[in-house]
Design a binder for this molecule. Structure first.
Ligand code: SF4
Length: 343
């Protein structure tokens, strides 16, 4: 296969058939490109659109984001998941603001908090035309098929070999890098999809080794699959009748829902009952919440708390008007919506 041919075809296809209506495509501003790249990790374009617009409205520049309290960033991020991204986003904005702007090459970009090598390359290609390939999961799949790359991508060595081959495919002209990079993303998202690739509509079909060999379904090869854990927790919804306040606790800085505000969590119902004291408990519908490594079954129990003393040593009362300023995980937002809308 000719490397130049691949780049030329991909760039021509992207210009004619690729995606051009994404809000983060109308800019070469590294702040905006970085923000969109971080939000798009593990998250659908349709979900990111609204968050991206709200973030830019509240934080038009990287300095605005750096100056904001972390709690405000987490509150705006709530519902997007993978909350370590929001913490890193804030830390990275502070680092960029302190050094007076984003660096212009992938190597220096990758040294900033939360910017991995593929994101660094995306920013460098889109904003500065650096001739290096992005290499996220989508790109690995496309290239493994294109090159009929047989090695097991669960292994770091195989990934490294494929990445070197990816770098050999980039176009010779730096000006073509934004369209090429976007073309790789678009091809992986809309044509060479994981389960049912549309080879008939693929601009590089005649160059594709997996297609020629009839092995599209067998590639990429990845033997290690993610092991999911099961977990069950009880959630104590304590509600103060006088002002509608809710007792919320902040999660630790590391781990699931890091830094977010949530109802007190217990590993079993007996522990929850002990914490609620004599208050009568109402069982709300259970919630099944899926995280990357975990299927989490949550059992919410609601009680009214009318005593003057604080119900638990940790946490605080938060009135409904202040809920939006407290970043809450998606299932809690959903639960609050259910209770207020009725079953
Ligand atoms: Fe993917 Fe099919 Fe195109 Fe090959 S021909 S790159 S398998 S969509």
């Amino acid at each position: 296969m000719s490397e130049a041919d691949f780049a030329l075809r991909l760039v021509a296809w992207q210009r004619q058939h690729g995606r051009h209506d994404l809000p983060w495509q109308r800019t070469r501003d590294p702040y905006r490109v970085w923000l969109s790249e971080v939000m798009l990790q593990q998250t659908q374009v349709s979900t990111v659109r609204g968050y991206y617009a709200r973030f830019l409205e509240r934080f038009p520049t990287v300095n605005d984001l750096a100056a904001a309290p972390l709690d405000e960033v987490l509150a705006l991020w709530a519902g997007l998941g993978y909350y370590s991204r929001a913490r890193n986003l804030h830390a990275c904005a502070q680092a960029v603001s302190a050094r007076g702007g984003f660096p212009c090459d992938a190597r220096a970009l990758a040294e900033l908090p939360g910017i991995g090598p593929s994101t660094a390359r995306a920013i460098a290609a889109f904003c500065f035309g650096e001739r290096l390939s992005i290499f996220d999961g989508n790109v690995q799949r496309v290239l493994a098929r294109l090159l009929a790359f047989d090695q097991d991508l669960s292994g770091a060595r195989a990934v490294k070999v494929l990445w070197t081959r990816a770098d050999a495919l980039v176009p010779a002209q730096a000006e073509a890098m934004p369209a090429y990079t976007q073309g790789l993303m678009d091809l992986g998202a809309t044509v060479c999809t994981p389960r049912s690739p549309n080879c008939a509509a693929c601009p590089v079909q005649s160059l594709c080794a997996a297609h020629a060999q009839g092995r599209v379904g067998a590639l990429p090869r990845k033997t290690k699959t993610l092991k999911r854990r099961q977990r069950e927790s009880w959630w104590l919804w304590l509600h103060r009748e006088a002002d509608g306040a809710l007792w919320l606790q902040q999660r630790p800085a590391r781990g699931i829902w890091a830094g977010l505000w949530t109802l007190p969590l217990f590993d079993d119902e007996a522990a929850l009952r002990a914490a609620a004291g004599a208050a009568a408990l109402e069982a709300l519908p259970q919630i099944q919440h899926a995280l990357t490594h975990l299927d989490w079954l949550l059992h919410p129990r609601r009680a009214v708390w009318n005593r003057a003393a604080a119900p638990l040593p940790e946490g605080r009362w938060v009135q409904p008007a202040d809920w939006p300023a407290h970043g809450m995980p998606a299932p809690l937002q959903k639960l609050l919506g259910w209770v207020h809308a009725g079953p």
